[in-house]
Design a protein around this ligand. Sequence first.
Ligand SMILES: Nc1ncnc2c1ncn2[C@@H]1O[C@H](COP(=O)(O)OP(=O)(O)OP(=O)(O)O)[C@@H](O)[C@H]1O
Ligand SMILES: [Mg+2]
Length: 355
Amino acid sequence: MPDVDTAAPVPMSIDSNKENAQKNTNLTSYQLPWVEKYRPRSLDDVLGNTETVERLRSIAKEGNVPNLILCGPPGTGKTTSVHALARELLGSAYKNAVLELNASDARGIDVVRNQIKSFAMNKVTLPPGRHKIIILDEADSMTSAAQQALRRTMELYSSTTRFCLACNVSTKIIEAIQSRAAILRYSRLSNDDVLQCLLKVCQAEEVAYTEDGLEALLFTAEGDMRHALNNLQASSYLAASSGGGTVNQNTVFKVCDQPHPKIVGDIITFCSKGKTKEAADTMRSLYKSGYSASDIIGTIFKVVKARTDLSEGLKLEFMREIGFTHMRIADGVNSLLQLVGLIARLSQKSQSMAS
Ligand SMILES: Nc1ncnc2c1ncn2[C@@H]1O[C@H](COP(=O)(O)OP(=O)(O)OP(=O)(O)O)[C@@H](O)[C@H]1O
Ligand SMILES: [Mg+2]
């Protein structure tokens, strides 16, 4: 018989155990994306969209949930809110009384017929006056046949089950379902809300930052909290590996790989002063460094929108021209020629306004 004891692991000292546990927690916290680590668990922690969140909070207090459709742009807190709502409504029954189906699950007509129906028929012990909740995340990707199959199911089981749908565009949900549900709209988060979250995460993760670094994160996120947090995490790793350790404008734009707004700002300044050649040269070198015309035109628009030194009239003229060029680029004519043509028109506008 083999000696069992020889196969047993060598007992570790308490100190090395502690050390390992510390290492493990460090490792897991390092590996967890910050968007998940800092995902709000209650409605009180969801930032922005105050009216919508207030409505959800009153639903959570009252307990009688209508069928809901949450729609709005990505990264604004729809999935987060709907889970927080379910958690507040159901407490410890959350695990058994919630069925979540998202775009990664099969959601064809069979699933609606079998899985959703059998969940709706299941008996679950719930707090008094509460209902089971079926969360259909990214519902705009459900086939319309599956949505049709949902119509009657929603009504048949309404005494025991409520549906919460989250989607980006409400028009992709068939009208019959829209009419059976209360629609709550989410809009892009304001810079103040994104900043509040970024500051909290920077403090918790001990990330050193400069003011222009945070500004750059807000500029690139455009009200998408997920984007902002992911960029902050990536920038902080880049900053740590490149020695400085501080998240600043340069690290952020390196991570996001977007044209630097300072260079784009220079081009606009050259145009407003009528220095067409300098503006065209800068644009050419920006284009040659590998950015696509649609990246560049997007940044030009954001930079002009944020400029305060241009007169109102000139700014409007600039935006009009940028809009036309953007349309051509979106149509597929994404060449340097279009961008240089834009510069020529912008210079011409500023000259004619000045005279
Ligand atoms: N309003 C918010 N307050 C705080 N954190 C937020 C908010 N919105 C988004 N976040 C952060 O962004 C992450 C993604 O949010 P969420 O999954 O709710 O987005 P979504 O609106 O469902 O987007 P999608 O349409 O892409 O599914 C969350 O884990 C959270 O960290
Ligand atoms: Mg979502």
